[in-house]
Design a protein around this ligand. Sequence first.
Ligand code: HEC
Ligand code: HEC
Length: 296
Amino acid sequence: MITTSLKRVGMLTIAGLLVAAPLTFFVAGAGAQGRVVYQTTRKNAGTPNSTNVTTNSSGVVISYGNSAITYNAPSPKLASLGQALFLQNCASCHGTEANGVPANGTSGAFPNLVGLGPATIDFWIESGRMPAADPRVVQAKRRPPRLTSKQAVAIAAWVNSLAPSYPDIPTPNLKNANVSDGAALFALNCAACHTIEGDGDALAQGTYAPSLRNIPAYQVVEAIRTGPGNMPRFTGNLSDFQVRDIVKYVTTEIQHPQNIGGLGLGGLGPVAEGFVGLLLGVGILALVGFWVGERQ
Ligand code: HEC
Ligand code: HEC
């Protein structure tokens, strides 16, 4: 009799621990998302984290990277076209100096763009987020782009001429990418927000991590390297080879999904699926516990 209840206490403790551990994880995760709107920060200026750097005759970096990803600076020749486009499309909110102060405006009303690298400017235009549809938007939505790729690069060239910065505009080469490494890295670094199926999920304060379907490969690199909005910026912790593998996974497996493991629970999202797992797991464990307890 005594051994039986001891065993039962033991099983209940284990079950309790199994419940408590993921709960601590959820609480820690919620705390990490306390940042508010506008969600933008001065975090985008990285440096070329590559040994393979090409400079022009005056020592200015024009490209860097390796066989996985090459980053190219926008040509300074495009800067005057870029300035004209900026005055037409962007200055009403971000100001004629791109410093976030519109005419008659107060500073801080809009993000200051000076010193954000070319990849950041390019990403926000080419993903259709900018020019913003609504000046008071908390999280500008992805839309069909309003400007061409060349116009985006020209604007990036002008903004970059005000205060040169990084990262430059990436071109990934997916030829030798390892998609299963990419899947593992995605599960570790991205799935918490975007879900393992890449469908996206709600975050704190009415913001959300968007779906990752139909995003061009170079924009996936731009997002990883610049961290738009509430997304963290991944720099030294992911090499260009690892980023390339993730991009391969996002642009193949996620965009043409096969079931990539786990039970298909209809894409309930990681938290919901986690709880289903937890309930099933703890339930089975409790049954086993009682069964072991009753047996003698
Ligand atoms: C109607 C006002 C408006 C216009 C026009 C506009 N923006 Fe914005 N921009 C915003 C707002 C508001 C945000 C913050 C949105 C968010 O955080 O999702 C923003 C954010 C950005 C960011 C992100 C800044 C950061 O720190 O990460 C970039 C880059 C940007 N805009 C570039 C541009 C460019 C380039 C143009 C012109 C092609 C443009 N914007 C036109 C209002 C505007
Ligand atoms: C902490 C949560 C979080 C993590 C972790 C995260 N993201 Fe994001 N991601 C976001 C949010 C939020 C946005 C939208 C930002 C905005 O629009 O203001 C975003 C945007 C993106 C976009 C742009 C999609 C579009 O609609 O244009 C891509 C691509 C992306 N993330 C890929 C990744 C990859 C790949 C990883 C892992 C290396 C990752 N994210 C990790 C939260 C996250």
